[in-house]
Structure formats: C-alpha cells, structure tokens
Ligand binder design. Structure first.
Ligand code: FE2
Ligand code: FE2
Length: 135
C-alpha cells in the first residue's frame, strides 16, 4: 500500500504545474518507502538521492513562480523549504558516512511534512498564481 496518495481534495493547489510536481514527489516517496522496507542499502540511498533531487527542484520551481508573481509570503514559505532541504542533506551526509539509516520513519517524517505544507502553505499561492494566468 502506498504511503501517500495525491487527491485534489487533500492536496490540490489549483496550479497544474505544481500539482504535477507534488504527484512526482509522492511517487518518489512511495518508492522510497517500499525499498526502505526491504533494507537494500544501496537501493535506499539511490532512491533517497532521487527524492531529495526532485524535492529541491520543486522548491526552486515554486520559488520561481513566487518571485515572478509577487507572492507576499515568499520569505517565510522559502524558509520552510530551506529547513526541509537542510534536514534531508544532513541525513544524506550521515547516511553516506554510514552513521545512520534511512527507514520508514524517515519516509513517515517526509509524508507528515508534505501533508502539512501542501494544504496549509502551498495552497495559499493558488488564487494569486491563477490571477496571473497560471492554472
Ligand atoms: Fe510544494
Ligand atoms: Fe512550498
């Protein structure tokens, strides 16, 4: 069973490009959740790297939309992004050094972050971006 499932009701921002990015993140996170259960360290590391990469690209994409459209809360929104990226990069470094493992606790943490951030924070850009022609 998937760890997280995208539905319009729970996660829709009304901005198609960012919804698609969120769906891709969910796919990557679900894949990590599955490999983490099997305990193949190399596969876990590769899947975590992929997740961190698409999350970082997504944040840059949202921040680019924010700058382009004059979103007022960009700094506080970006601060949330930066905090998650830092947590992930720290974990990646520790994992590579053999000091920690990436487990289903890790994937649950990321799921919880997304479950808060997308509905509560991302959704606030929908009306502004829609008014600027993003749908
Ligand atoms: Fe987002
Ligand atoms: Fe965001």
């Amino acid at each position: 069973m998937s760890l997280i499932t995208w539905t319009k009701e729970q996660f829709g921002t009304n901005v198609g490009v960012h919804d698609e990015e969120h769906k891709a993140i969910f796919g990557s996170l679900n894949a990590l959740h599955e490999v983490a259960a099997k305990g193949d360290r190399k596969a876990v590391g590769a899947q975590f790297d992929q997740l961190v990469d698409i999350v970082a690209k997504h944040f840059a994409s949202e921040e680019n939309s924010m700058s382009k459209h004059g979103y007022q809360a960009k700094e506080t929104h970006k601060a949330e992004h930066d905090k998650l990226v830092k947590t992930c990069l720290d974990l990646q470094a520790k994992f590579r050094a053999g000091q920690t493992e990436i487990t289903q606790e890790t994937t649950a943490f990321v799921r919880d972050w997304l479950t808060q951030h997308i509905p509560q924070i991302d959704r606030t850009y929908g009306p502004l971006f829609n008014s600027k022609g993003m749908s």
